[in-house]
Design a protein around this ligand. Structure first.
Ligand code: NAD
Length: 267
């Protein structure tokens, strides 16, 4: 099962570290050629690339803002030029700007929607065009292409103080399902992975101190905070042919965070 993604090319956005980095490495280990998109952290992108090369796969780095149409078009153009085709998109890039609703600035609203929602749309559309040009190659995969949105448990759990973020992920859920419905006849599979609390820079202000860590753990029935590799393994499986009959669904990878842990009876 090691090389389930052999001869496939995967574009991963925001792959210089955190969840995107772990997914890029997991897909590389499964045999995929990886296109590493990054926004700011060039060093991190190089580390991701090195880990993929060490695992015996190819990786190519390209800087770009997923919220800019021209950058996204270039990303897929370069991916095709470099590896000949694109089979997988992981829409991972995302930001969080926390502000109480009464003082939530229009600027913070727009930035989060632009990156998390419009960025994911632009990448999905360009990926879908690649899949459409290529069609199905049974030697490579049963699907013509696969898209995975990295959403969040906050596509279903409301989140005060983060209305912009929760809205972006809720919107992402319906974007995922609508694209899945539209492209299923063309053998494109479209799904989401919704992580719970995973240790990355995006939420270090929460898990980075003892008190914050305890507060987070109280929301996780399984009793541990997630690691980026928890998402990497699931992503590699979800885009493989082992998951060929899955489309239009969301896999919650959250240690039970969506189980309403505040309703747990203490014995
Ligand atoms: P992170 O901050 O380490 O990663 C986000 C990545 O996106 C960074 O590499 C960043 O440079 C990149 N990025 C930001 N804006 C970009 C842009 N305009 N263009 C391209 N790249 C851009 O945090 P993470 O936790 O690894 O987040 C990855 C994804 O997982 C995000 O979509 C986030 O919403 C989601 N998520 C994370 C958690 C968690 O607990 N860490 C939980 C649920 C969902």
């Amino acid at each position: 099962t090691k090389l389930l993604l052999r001869n496939q090319t995967a574009v991963i956005t925001g792959a210089s570290g955190g969840i995107g980095g772990a997914i890029a490495i997991a897909l590389g280990k499964a045999g995929a050629n990886v296109v590493i998109n990054y926004y700011k952290d060039e060093e991190g992108a190089k580390e991701t690339q090195q880990a993929i090369v060490d695992a015996g796969s190819k990786a190519f780095i390209l800087k770009g803002d997923v919220g800019k149409e021209e950058d996204v078009i270039e990303l897929f153009q370069k991916a095709k030029e470099t590896f000949g085709a694109v089979h997988i998109l992981i829409n991972n890039a995302g930001i969080q700007i926390d502000e109480p609703f009464l003082s939530l600035s229009y600027e913070s609203w727009k930035q989060v929607i632009q990156t998390n929602l419009s960025g994911a749309f632009l990448c999905a559309r360009e990926a879908a065009k690649c899949f459409d040009e290529q069609g199905v190659d049974e030697e490579v995969s049963k699907a013509s292409g696969k898209i995975v949105f990295i959403s969040s448990v906050h596509d279903t759990i409301p989140w005060s103080g983060r209305v912009n973020y929760a809205t972006s992920k809720g919107g992402m859920k319906m974007m995922m399902k609508s694209i899945a419905q539209e492209l299923a006849p063309s053998k494109v599979r479209v799904n989401s992975i919704s992580p719970g609390a995973i240790k990355t820079p995006i939420n270090e202000h929460e898990w980075g101190n003892k008190e914050g860590e305890q507060k987070m753990l109280a929301k996780i029935p399984y009793g541990r905070i997630g690691e980026p590799d928890d998402i990497g393994g699931v992503a590699a499986w979800l885009v493989s042919d082992q998951a060929d009959y899955i489309t239009g669904t969301t896999v919650y990878v959250d240690g039970g965070m969506t189980l309403y842990p505040s309703f747990q009876e203490e014995d």
